[in-house]
Ligand binder design. Structure first.
Ligand code: SF4
Length: 360
């Protein structure tokens, strides 16, 4: 498979590893922002292959994990309204909210359907004109353009029973928020590949310029990640942090202008609530007033109650990079993929799932 096999080439991987070992001298703390990278790093055992002076931390780039309990409670409250069909990505359905999950709500009568895209939700809306179909919109800049497209399509087709609960988030502001918290010292960041395919590499310039932290945008195959680490090591050793693209087949500095225009036509930047971090200004995407007829937050009266975090769960600290799943007393004891206590044990991109599956 072209553009995949060569990035799984063991010989190429070994050469990169040898170069990293040869060049890396300074202690280096690298954070992979994206949950997809976390899983790939564990799956391919990359942490263990790197020199001992390189420490890898996982960041907040798992969309399901960073969705705050308060926001999940809103989705569950919407699902309990008469005549509402909730459509959601599968992982989200299993995440425990303050008092219930969407899955539990379904067991007690809510109409909750798993979809693979916003287009699937639109299909449900077309087939159920007497019901209100609410799509739970989570994810970063990667998914937002397709959800914007679904709203434009709903308008064009005059589908007036389709709504989106926009819980979308954007990456660069949360990176800044984490750096400003000052809880973790970082020397380098592996920037997300899929998000960067949309926004490009330029929005990370402030990290190198203002925080003097090396940045490399990475793809998701093992050679991609090793290449990104190699670029970070080069920057750290030379003392010249910058933003490099180590994923040239997927990312351009300016991003994807068509997708950006699509996203910006429907959404505007606003505050978002992040699990473990709280409200972060300008880190979310809200539906513009022009499209408020599709905004679930504006069209339904819900009272989700006070948000509660799962007792004993430290997902918030894990998402900020200050703890690992092994620091959690519930890990492997009462919290497992079959019986998850928190979202990091539910999502396919969650750190707790990655540790559970790949760290023995
Ligand atoms: Fe939360 Fe479970 Fe992870 Fe602990 S192991 S942080 S309870 S998801």
């Amino acid at each position: 498979m072209k553009y995949v096999n060569e990035y799984r080439d063991p010989e190429l991987g070994e050469k990169l590893l040898a170069r990293i070992h040869r060049r890396s001298r300074k202690p280096a703390r690298l954070m992979e922002f994206c949950g997809g990278h976390t899983v790939a790093i564990f799956k391919h055992g990359l942490r263990q292959l790197l020199p001992s002076n390189i420490e890898m931390l996982s960041g907040p780039g798992c969309p399901v994990c960073v969705t705050a309990s308060a926001d999940l409670d809103k989705a569950i409250a919407l699902g309990r309204l008469t005549g509402v069909i909730i459509s959601s990505f599968g992982d989200m359905v299993r995440v425990p909210g303050s008092r219930s999950s969407l899955q539990q709500a379904r067991a007690t009568g809510a109409d909750v359907r798993i979809v693979y895209s916003a287009q699937d939700a639109l299909t449900i809306a077309r087939a159920n004109p007497a019901k209100s179909v609410v799509f739970i919109g989570i994810g970063f800049e990667t998914t937002a353009p397709t959800i914007a497209a679904s709203i434009l399509q709903a308008e064009q087709e005059k589908i007036n029973n389709y709504y989106v609960l926009s819980l979308h988030k954007v990456c660069p502001p949360i990176m800044k928020a984490i750096l400003d918290l000052g809880e973790v010292r970082l020397d380098g960041i592996i920037c997300p590949g899929h998000v960067s395919a949309i926004i490009g590499s330029r929005p990370y310039q402030f990290i190198a310029a203002d925080y003097h932290i090396a940045c490399a945008v990475s793809g998701f195959e093992p050679v991609d990640i090793l290449l990104a680490v190699d670029r970070l090591v080069e920057q750290i050793e030379s003392g010249q942090p910058q933003v490099e693209i180590a994923y040239r087949r997927g990312v351009r500095p300016e991003g994807n202008e068509t997708a950006l225009r699509l996203m910006e036509s429907v959404f505007e930047i606003g505050e978002a609530n992040w699990r473990g971090i709280g409200a972060v200004p300008a880190s979310g995407l809200q539906i513009k007033k022009r499209y408020e007829q599709f905004d679930a937050a504006k069209n339904f009266d819900i009272k989700p109650g006070t948000a509660l975090e799962p007792k004993g769960c430290i997902c918030g600290a894990i998402l900020r990079g200050v703890s690992t799943p092994e620091d959690c007393k519930l890990f492997r004891v009462t919290c497992t993929p079959e019986h998850p206590v928190g979202p990091c044990m539910v999502s396919a991109e969650g750190s707790c799932v990655a540790y559970f599956q790949y760290v023995t």
